[in-house]
Design a binder for this molecule. Structure first.
Ligand code: AMP
Length: 275
């Protein structure tokens, strides 16, 4: 595996038409599943490891975000990564004249709670796609609203790369793997499976959607969670749905102590992944 720390080194590596996985590091099985797919599909797997400052709000955990470069290098290499790009923010943001501005998708749910977040995500992904010019770019369903933003970015900006979204990797109790899970105590990890259970009920029980949402909020609050939102939406537009349809996704964000977790459950996986 080659490590590149500058754009010039990536350009010299002949990585075009690779499978590309953008990440912020602190790798877990979720990241590694994307790397393995990139290698299997494209024969050459490129990964970026960059904690992107512009997608963090002023009161968020940018400086405290988990960083473990030596361990990440070993994990990426074992997962089949051929080129690991670890850029400096000074190069990625050397100029500040151009950024990507996301429309109404950035005003709701994650975008509402985290103003500016999706503009930061779309801006850095745009830069990275231009640096790598991949054949296929890989993202995780875990960040479903991010997938909708990236889908719109690729489509509306005519990116010459295919977007591939892969399913969420989880702990046995349903907790979606996340770099932020390392902030949780063992007791919180046990309790954290509840978010996924609640979302599965919203996506699939016999209860009316509204009833399932209300009882989900109650179940979370009564076990110490603070709920940012819980809803059923169209997975592409993020407009709320009153009734379950094949385009539906139950989405949620809630905090356990200081740790904020997000998750989603699709009503129809096949329909989503066929898109
Ligand atoms: P991050 O490092 O958090 O920016 O994540 C990098 C990529 O890994 C994003 O496309 C995420 O959606 C994806 N990802 C994060 N967690 C998971 C997971 N549990 N399962 C699958 N993909 C994930």
């Amino acid at each position: 595996m080659k490590i590149a720390r500058s754009v010039a080194e990536v350009r010299a590596s002949g990585s075009t038409s690779c499978g590309f996985v953008p990440t912020m590091g602190a790798f877990h099985e979720g990241h590694l599943s994307l790397m393995r797919a990139a290698k299997a599909d494209c024969g050459f797997c490129a990964v970026s490891l960059f904690v992107n400052p512009t997608q963090f709000g002023p009161h968020e955990d940018y400086t405290k975000y988990p960083r473990d470069e030596a361990n990440d290098i070993a994990l990426a290499e074992a997962a089949g990564c051929d080129l690991l790009f670890i850029p400096a923010a000074e190069e990625i943001y050397a100029g500040d004249q151009i950024s990507v501005s996301v429309g109404s998708l950035a005003d709701v749910y994650e975008g509402y709670v985290r103003p500016g977040h999706f503009n930061g995500v779309a801006t850095v992904v745009s830069k990275l796609i231009h640096i790598f010019e991949p054949k296929v770019a890989y993202f995780g369903q875990k960040d479903l609203q991010q997938c909708a933003v990236i889908r719109a970015l690729f489509k509306e900006q005519f990116f010459n790369s295919t977007l591939r979204i892969l399913p969420t990797m989880r702990e046995p109790n349903g907790l979606a793997l996340s770099s932020r899970n390392r902030y949780l105590t063992p007791e919180q990890i046990q309790n954290a499976g509840l978010l996924n259970r609640v979302l599965r009920r919203i996506a699939g029980s016999d209860d009316a959607v509204e009833t399932a949402i209300k009882s989900g909020i109650q179940a979370l609050q009564s076990t110490g969670w603070q709920v940012d939102y819980l809803d059923l939406v169209d997975f592409d537009t993020f407009e709320p749905l009153i009734h379950r349809t094949e385009r539906g996704a139950a989405i949620g964000a809630a905090r356990l102590g200081n740790t904020r977790l997000i998750d989603n459950v699709l009503i129809c996986d096949d329909f989503f992944f066929a898109k």
